[in-house]
Design a protein around this ligand. Sequence first.
Ligand code: ATP
Ligand code: MG
Length: 455
Amino acid sequence: MGCDIVLVPKVLIIDDEEDMCWALAKAMHQEGYDVSTATRGKEGLAIVQTENISLVLLDLKLPDIDGIELLKTIKNTQPQLPVIMVTGFGTLEIAISAIKEGASGYITKPFDIHELKLMVRRTLEINHLLQEVDFLRSELIKDYQDLAGISSPIRRIRQLMAKVAPTNATVLLTGESGTGKEVVAVGIHRLSPRRKNSFIPVHCPALPEHLFESELFGHEKGAFTGAAGRRMGRFELAHRGTLFLDEITEIPLSLQAKLLRAIEDKSFERLGSEKTVRVDTRIIAATNRDILKAVSEGKFREDLYYRLNVITIHLPPLRERREDIPVLSFHFLKKMTPTYRCSGISEEALALLRRYDWPGNVRELQNVIERALILCQDGEISAHHLPREITDHVYATGIPEPSSNKEFATGSLNEAEKRLIEKALTQTGGNRTKAAALLGITRSALLYRIHKYQL
Ligand SMILES: Nc1ncnc2c1ncn2[C@@H]1O[C@H](COP(=O)(O)OP(=O)(O)OP(=O)(O)O)[C@@H](O)[C@H]1O
Ligand SMILES: [Mg+2]
């Protein structure tokens, strides 16, 4: 779905009365649609399965199959295909059961042809919009790759995600900026039975206080100046799906009680309305702030905190799980290589990446890889494709300069040399001349090394 390009919609008419078929076909042609017709149910079903049909006009009374049965079969094989039932006088009950089985609408004979045309056009428009929403939703979710990483905290988080996803439990995600909280939120939604419905994010700091309530809970026409029509809030948009409250500590204190009730009772009132709206919405909240501090400062309600804190998942900063750095680097490299041609990352560059502290966490790493890919065009990402702050920072922290495999060799050689000198000095009671002789080096060479290793 979503990728078929249907330029001219094709309407299938299934009706056993040939005159009716002909009249409907003519009306549909006048509207500019392509038309197929069938006077038998089985024949109609065959057309549905082989041709690219956009809408079906289905007579309720057919000689070979019951109209409702045919509707069920069509909906089973092609749930997205809209079907309008054409019913005779006095069959309202059956028409209603058709709607329950998934028919988009019904029209009773004898009908006004203009009314039918309008109904068909509306149904096609709505169906087009539904497909677009489906497509956009899948694009949005697709953009979020799985949570990559091999460190034990990330592995544990992946297990936890799988465990909480099928439940309706509220999840609180904590961790510094750029650690992957949104990746986890989307991941939980994707792993859950709610995946077919919406994942609605609310970035709390982006909403001005006076609009917060109506954004979250919706409003009725005229609820406040500028409220032109009734509008659904994000809580309602996330019905049967997941509401992601990002930066939850930024939610105005004045709204926290209403939010608490909405989470506990799954119900609330739209702004300017007395009517209670009931929803089935799963809540995932995130924060990169110290939420307990906000509680102790009175900026965040304690009861709301406990309500959100049913399951907490903490994402550690990247510098505390350095083994993820190479994995994530290659993950982003692979993801972005269709755009840039680049074959890999040099040992030296990788060593630099591994040593940097990443104040911006995974987001910063992703940006650094993308920038390096732009600079290197093709070939390998090497140290000089990395930003100065990374190279400068790493060298300034006094860690031995990494340069490919030599780094390890020098490291261990130095270590061995240092230990030998220490041994010689202890054996000779600190006499440098004797120690130098023992080691088979000149006295000045020994002094240089004592200084170098600060012995
Ligand atoms: N483990 C991971 N695997 C793959 N991509 C990741 C991972 N962690 C983070 N990312 C990527 O890094 C970027 C930042 O992640 P995300 O938006 O989830 O961070 P955040 O914790 O929500 O940050 P903030 O607090 O600033 O909102 C995103 O582009 C995301 O795709
Ligand atoms: Mg985020």
